[in-house]
Design a protein. Structure first.
Length: 708
DNA sequence: GCGATCAGTT
DNA sequence: CACAACTGATCGC
């Protein structure tokens, strides 16, 4: 949940995603997306009064968000006070204080956030610097690099502060399967079930919130089956969504809800009341989208987990994973970063320990003396602000540009973002910065899923036993060791940074190494540390993932989980990924698996999944709607990375309980490689080494590689 | 009675 | 596990 209090330090005259208390005095309001936790106070009487007493106060949001908001009668009163701003279109807004007449201009740009229909990030540019408020977002690795408006010429804009969605900013959420992978897993499961007969239907147990639309669209497009919903008037002006959903209950895919929908399901009834088709009882399975994550080392596993005789859990995430967050932030490389969310059980200090190393001023901290290095990386004008800490802005900002002193007070409300990073800081724990982090380690914990399968403690009671057979995955990856590290963050980051050499690592490797065990969290740099391996790369292979794109690949596979390994009874299993190939499949599984589905349409589409439905390219809503830009999609297509290779489905006994085994190729991808820095070329390991040596010796190397 | 908050559920 | 919502109880205006 967002703990952002509504205002940024730089532009306190605007309130974003919070409309209560002091925010009522804002000169302009911004709404990043239509989820309740970002709409606090939006329909309160205090705000209504505020609107009545003003001619100028407006609420700015994307066209899709406006549509979704106004469709709800409770927000109808906003009708004459909302201004929809086109996505990716810089717009100047004058912030006028109606009592004093004071005016301040800012240019705001909406950037697609990939969180739910209409979700955007807000980029503010004005006298107090450039500020990015991300709202909630899910952007794959490299996505920031593709956003033109985050750049100025070939470089990333000089961003003063980023107010970041840190929902999964904890090493335990290191990897979350890509949208493509998740979508394909669900698609194949739904396909295998619904193809058995007209009475085999699927209930998508989705939460009452926007964000699943791209799933519905894709299932409908691929299978030709519309998705049943309770109502769809909110999409009346969004044809690309509307044509894939229906209020007709006679369909095989349902996403309808009922207050007691779980009970309905247990009684073999759909939430909408359907129980049979032409007199024949329905065979219903439920698929519950939920977040599944994997620690750095264990990135394998299926994106679908069977949790009961007729129940499945499918991986689905509205937020970026830890590695995606780090990739995003390190690419932006702002002077300051403020977390909008604190992951459960994580303190602000801990989050800041992770984020600060990815910001400009901090780099200094890590290697104070070698400032020159910094220049190596980015040509920006960076100034050295030093104080990393406290004054986040002041000193630095000032140096950079004329900034207004005023706000300090503003900060007063710091609650929201926390800020004071250190001030309060307790920091300490770890002292050694990096290492400290390591602790998180709970590596082992990362896993997740499997448990359910085995024990099933929780959820579904009923069926447990049967299930056992089902679930699966798990596997472990043998070597993971060092490699993993490397792949993980490190590579990402590097990629994102356009292969910028990492000086720190060069010098810190050793230590890092030691800690390697837990590395996940090590600050990026640290990861990089692993870089040695980078060079050697040998191991890298094991996971190959990183290199190219990766993530997708991993996703699916197995997970380690030492605990129960596969032996358990899984009949199903699914694996995926290449890696798997590496492993031998011989798993002790019990039953044979019959390949049922042939290949899926290969290319078809994953891409479209998100973005725009292929067929239609109507620009509008969807950018917002889907969040992702088509560009990305296309790119994926080009790479040809994303495909589902084959799927195996095992139908265990009767048709009713299909165990599915899906095997997917890892290559699917979600990410493609993208050179982040346009002109940069990948440094050759040897060269890098040389460079570092020179640098260490104080020699000049500039001419050589000037990045960007 | 409405709204905000909190705990518990899903 | 988490998210985003919903439900119900409590408290205050």
């Amino acid at each position: 949940m967002s703990r952002f209090a509504g205002r940024t330090r730089e532009y306190p005259a605007v309130s974003i995603d919070r409309f209560d208390r002091d925010n009522l005095r804002a000169r302009a309001f911004f709404l990043s997306h239509c989820h309740k936790d970002h709409m606090k106070g939006l329909r309160a009487t205090a705000l209504k009064r505020r609107l009545e007493g003003s001619l100028k106060v407006k609420l700015y949001c994307s066209p899709v968000t406006k549509e979704l908001l106004l469709t709800n009668w409770k927000y109808k009163f906003w009708e004459n006070h909302i201004v929809a701003l086109e996505v990716e279109t810089p717009t100047q807004i004058s912030l006028i204080d109606e009592t004093s007449g004071e005016k301040e201009d800012v240019v705001v740009t909406l950037l697609p956030a990939g969180h739910c229909p209409g979700s955007v990030m807000f980029l503010f540019e004005g006298e107090n610097g450039t500020v990015l408020y991300t709202g909630d977002f899910r952007l794959a690795k490299g996505e920031a690099a593709r956003m033109e408006l985050l750049h100025s010429g070939t470089r990333v804009k000089d961003i003063q502060s980023v107010y970041l969605d840190t929902t999964f900013c904890d090493p335990k959420f290191y990897h979350i399967p890509s949208r493509e992978e998740c979508l394909n897993g669900i698609l194949e499961l739904v396909r295998s079930w619904t193809s058995l007969s007209r009475t085999h239907v699927v209930w998508l147990n989705c939460k009452a919130a926007y964000g699943y639309e791209y799933l519905f669209i894709n299932l409908s497009e691929e299978l030709g089956i519309k998705v049943h919903m309770n109502k769809l008037d909110m999409f009346r002006n969004m044809p690309e969504i509307l044509c894939h959903v229906t209020t007709d209950q006679h369909t095989q895919i349902h996403a309808c809800r009922h207050p007691r929908d779980e009970d309905c399901f247990r009684g073999n009834r759909l939430p909408c009341g359907m129980t049979c088709f032409n007199g024949t009882p329905l065979h219903i399975i439920s698929i519950k989208p939920s977040t599944m994550w994997f620690g750095e080392r264990k990135k394998k596993t299926s994106v679908i987990v069977r949790t009961g005789e007729r129940t499945y859990r499918a991986c689905f995430s509205f937020h970026s994973s830890y590695s995606e967050i780090k990739d995003f932030l390190s690419y932006i490389c702002p002077v300051n970063v403020y977390p909008n969310v604190l992951p459960v059980g994580v303190t602000e200090d801990k989050v800041m320990e992770i984020l600060k190393p990815l910001c400009r001023s901090n780099r200094r901290i890590m290697e104070p003396r070698y400032k020159p290095l910094g220049t190596l990386k980015r040509a920006h004008k960076r100034e050295l602000s030093d104080t990393d800490e406290d004054d986040l802005f002041d000193s630095e900002l000032i140096s950079i540009r004329p900034k207004i002193a005023k706000q300090q007070g503003g900060e007063g409300r710091p609650s929201s973002t926390g800020l004071s990073e250190n001030s309060e800081g307790n920091v300490n724990e770890s002292t050694g910065s990096c290492k400290g982090t390591t602790t998180y380690t709970s590596l082992k914990v990362d896993f997740v899923d499997c448990e359910e399968s085995n024990d099933d403690d929780d959820d579904e009671d009923d069926e447990e036993e049967s299930e056992k057979n089902t679930v699966q995955f798990v596997s472990r990856e043998p070597d993971a060791t060092s490699t993993a590290t490397f792949n993980g963050v490190t590579s990402d980051q590097q990629e994102s940074n356009a292969n910028i050499p990492c000086w720190d690592e060069f010098f810190t490797v050793n230590k890092l190494e030691e800690s390697s065990e837990n590395e996940d969290n090590i600050p990026s740099s640290a990861d990089a540390g692993g870089s040695q391996s980078l060079f050697s790369d040998s191991d890298g292979l094991s996971d190959s993932t990183h290199i190219s794109s990766q993530n997708s690949s991993q996703s699916t596979h197995i997970s380690e989980q030492g605990s129960q390994g596969w032996d358990s009874q899984m009949d199903t299993v699914l694996i995926t990924s290449q890696e798997r190939s590496a492993l031998d499949l011989s798993r002790g599984g019990s039953r044979a698996v019959a390949p049922v589905l042939q290949e899926s349409p290969k290319d078809t589409q994953l891409d479209s999944s998100w973005g725009k439905p292929p067929g239609q390219n109507r620009p509008c809503a969807h950018d917002g709607a889907c969040g992702l830009k088509s560009k990305g999609c296309e790119k994926a297509a080009e790479d040809g990375t994303a495909h589902v290779q084959d799927v195996l489905v095992e139908i265990s006994d009767d048709s009713r309980t299909p165990d599915l085994e899906l095997r997917r190729d890892s290559q699917s991808s979600s990410d493609f490689e993208i050179p982040l820095t346009p002109d940069a070329e990948a440094p050759h390991p040897d060269k890098l080494h040389l460079l570092y040596k020179k640098l260490a010796a104080g020699e000049n190397i500039i001419s050589e590689k000037k990045v960007s």
